[in-house]
Design a protein around this ligand. Structure first.
Ligand code: AMP
Length: 414
């Protein structure tokens, strides 16, 4: 079965076409600058030169049409006809409390996603545009939605409620949701496989640290706490986001600096984190380069980033009464051996011991980087959210097909 995975943003759309026979990626690409005269379509096919086209793409319907033209192109496509696309899986950022797992799209699901627009005003409307665009271009093809929040719906009340008046939760569903769930879910499955132990026996802390960053306590396969909250601003220090801070800073700063709410929102989301402390960049590679040249602000940004992550690791060890495995993933987690070493340095009380040679190895493969006598196993697992979306979509579509054929057989028997 060929499954198209789509991550639709407001002005861009990323895609991957999977052949689920061996879970291989046939093509991947993106449409950027949707709504502009110079939209850019790119496509990569393993073993072939990359394709790039510039044309005017004014909306998501045309963007999906262009990507379908690309994958079924007679010269540089990978399928003969778009009829080969049997299902589409979408990444959706916010599933609120309604969606505890991935589901097939129907009218009710679409209505529920719309009702969550308030909680993710930048993301969910764009995802809906992607879903509608697929309906227009591939009528009748089943679509599934996979939510960033769903994996964290297992968090207990003590972890997901904020200590603020409960009426705010009742009226507006203000609570902690957590994000990056697809990634935390994927790497925890992979980690259990690598360790050769059942997931439901393990206590794990997964650190998804890229431009956005979050840390999750996964006990016996389910998320019991995670660092992001109502929005992806809470928790760890990130590239441009502050992470945790005293909420009183908001009114105090507004007052002292004569800022509006929107100014402060933008400050905390776009001008804080690594970029604010280093005064240089939100990109960890640039921070590490500057640090190597003796830049003290870059060093401070790095140290604060590590310090705040280590605090969460300590907290989640307490939450689970122990930890068996620590997992690093996403851009920084997968690539920065110096950051991993620094984070693990002060975890010796837990019995964390890295193997420096293994930690320094450059490979894209999932691997263990702890020493044989480390009480806590430390792993690096490249994340693959698209694959998990493709797998969930495949499962939902095949389950639906077999339930329909079961119903038909029952009908015949009767
Ligand atoms: P992501 O959002 O997962 O794509 O991660 C982006 C982050 O990963 C950026 O801060 C990059 O600087 C960082 N990153 C990627 N490669 C490296 C590397 N080799 N060393 C340090 N950081 C890296």
């Amino acid at each position: 079965m060929k499954i198209l995975v789509i991550n639709a943003g407001s002005s861009s759309l990323k895609y991957q076409l999977y052949d689920m026979t061996a879970e291989t990626v046939l093509a991947s690409g993106s449409v950027e600058r949707i709504g502009m005269e110079t939209s850019i379509v790119t496509q990569a096919v393993p073993g072939r030169p990359d394709m790039r086209e510039v044309s005017e793409i004014l909306d998501h319907v045309t963007a999906v049409k262009r990507l379908l033209d690309m994958i079924a192109h007679p010269e540089y496509g990978v399928i003969e006809s778009i009829a080969e696309v049997q299902a589409v899986g979408h990444r959706v950022v916010h599933g609120g409390e309604v969606f505890k797992q991935s589901v097939l799209v129907d009218e009710t699901v679409k209505l529920e996603i719309r009702q969550l627009f308030d909680l993710a005003p930048l993301h969910n409307p764009a995802h809906m545009m992607g879903i509608t665009a697929v309906e227009t271009n591939l009528p009748g093809v089943p679509q599934a939605v996979v939510f960033d929040t769903a994996f964290h719906q297992t968090m207990p009340e003590v972890a997901y409620l904020y200590p603020i008046p409960k009426v705010l939760y009742r009226r507006h569903k203000i609570r902690r949701y957590g994000f990056h769930g697809t990634s935390h879910h994927y790497v925890s499955d992979q980690a259990a496989e690598l360790l050769g132990r059942p997931l439901d026996e393990l206590k794990m802390i997964s650190c998804h640290i890229g431009n956005g960053a979050s840390c999750t306590a996964i006990q016996h396969g389910v998320s019991v706490d995670t660092s992001m909250g109502l929005t992806p601003l809470e928790g760890l220090m990130m590239g441009t986001r502050s992470g945790d801070l005293d909420p009183a800073i908001v009114p105090f700063t507004m007052n002292k600096e004569d800022l509006t709410l929107s100014d402060v929102n933008s400050m905390l989301n776009k001008h804080s984190g690594l970029v604010a402390i280093s005064g240089l960049s939100s990109d960890m590679r640039e921070i590490e380069e500057a640090m190597a040249e003796g830049d003290r602000n870059a060093r401070l940004a790095f140290d604060m980033y590590v310090y705040r992550l280590r605090k969460y690791i300590g907290a989640y060890t307490a939450v689970m009464d122990g930890v068996d495995a620590l997992v690093f993933t996403a851009g920084i987690g997968e690539n920065s051996s110096s950051l991993r070493a620094e984070v693990c340095k002060n975890l010796s009380y837990l019995g964390v011991k890295l193997d420096d040679a293994k930690n320094g190895m450059r490979t894209k493969k999932p691997r263990e980087i702890s020493a044989p006598d480390s009480r806590v196993r430390v792993l690096v697992i490249p994340t693959n959210e698209e694959l998990l979306i493709a797998r969930d979509t495949y499962k939902l579509v095949t389950e639906q097909a077999s339930s329909l054929s079961g119903q038909r057989e029952e009908g015949t028997d009767a």
